[in-house]
Design a protein around this ligand. Sequence first.
Ligand code: NFE
Length: 503
Amino acid sequence: MQIELGPLSRIEGHLNVKTTVIDNVVKDAQCVGEMFRGFEVILRGRDPLDAQQITQRICGVCPYAHAIASSYAQEKAYGITPPTNGRILHNLIQGANHLYDYILQFYQLSALDFIDITAIVNYHGTDRDLVQVRDWVKAELAAKNTFPGAPFLPRLKGQYLHNDEINIGALKHYIEAMEIQQKANRAAAIFGGKFPHATGIFPGGCAQKPTIDLISTYQALIEEVRDFIHQKYIPDLLAVAHAFPDYWHIGQSRGGFMSFGVLPLGPGADSRRLFAAGVLLDGKVRPVDFGLITEDVKYARYSSPSGLRVTEGQLTPAPEKNEAYTWVKAPRYNGQMVEVGPAARVLVDYKQGNNPQVTKLVDRFAAKARITAKQLNSVLGRHLCRAISAVIIADFLLEETERIEPGGPSALDLEIPATGEGFGATEASRGALLHYIRLQNHKIEKYECVVPTTWNCSPRDDRGNPGAMESALIGTKVANPAVQIESVRIVHSFDPCLACAVH
Ligand code: NFE
């Protein structure tokens, strides 16, 4: 039986997932990106300083990661290193965006796969928000509406959490989470400018000069976000994990893991990072070599050659191409499929023992859940690794504010050379993000982006091997093939962003 799960709700952009189910097991899965965008074509011939602005338009969720990757690539191409304040402000902006994104991903995009929204009909308290949600859900249930755009309903048929107190508490936090996300965005906007597309981030630093007032406003906002992470987000996630332990074993991808590392601790994008970079293949972590990244297009709707390196990337759309089933390319590392994202970031760091806080939190949560680090490759593992990232990044941002030199320079004067090239790599919330720029006559000759969801929602490569999410779906046991709540939970655990994936 072939089933289309899409277009899937609670993700960014348009993802369709096609599964073939035989005897209640997913035998095959295809991830389908349903649109073409072409940012790499738009960038050709432009002023290089347009790049960190234009690439932010790839996405309204992770724009800062694109601005940062673009700035790092340009810094390489121009041969410059931002002053300490510039680097710290980049970190403060990008880190706040990560916090916003993890909270959004858990509450708005995933929690209602597990938390039972219908428990709200048993709510008899006086909280205004909850009363409103209760009355709305009651009316929807009574009308038997199937409201495609609604945030809460319809929900898929399946097992949900049974405890009314936890369900209703999590719904309250669902609502609070939106205010907290706003606070994280306000913190980033202090130095970056208005969310989602910041004007303040550029190669060589940041437009805003840090004053004591601005720094303390930033600190106060991040402290509130940090409190929410510890007091609401982590307990709600652990309640879900406790109720659904099977999901430590569901949704394993069948390749390696890659992280580019995030939040540099010293001058220049190449310095050590809060989370370390690396490729984890066959149990060993090795340094990342961008020269080994290629993109296959046998099953993607492009007629440009397959298997090109990032520096050679091409993009010729071929909507009618035979065999192709998606607009998403298939990136590979040395020919191998890797998963990127929170589990990759945490595993790559944990395996290297780079950050004692990562090691401590993984060990603590693993002991609590009676799992090993291996099970971070799972639905719950991805969710837990986001929460671990959030805890560590929130602490780091507050420490980082102490290192700012108030009133000191935060940017460099720029001179664009006639020629030059550079890679810029960082971790967007969804994983490893790479930008590449090459200049000719002071203009952009080539611009390439290899984006987290492109890795995770990749189609088959030229040898027929599936992408990370496809591989995580194949083999999954589903109770009800027509509904497949198990598959939907797997898809949501990757937090796909199709706008980014096709870019
Ligand atoms: Ni559009 Fe993005 C992806 C993230 S790319 S959300 O994939 O995180 O930087």
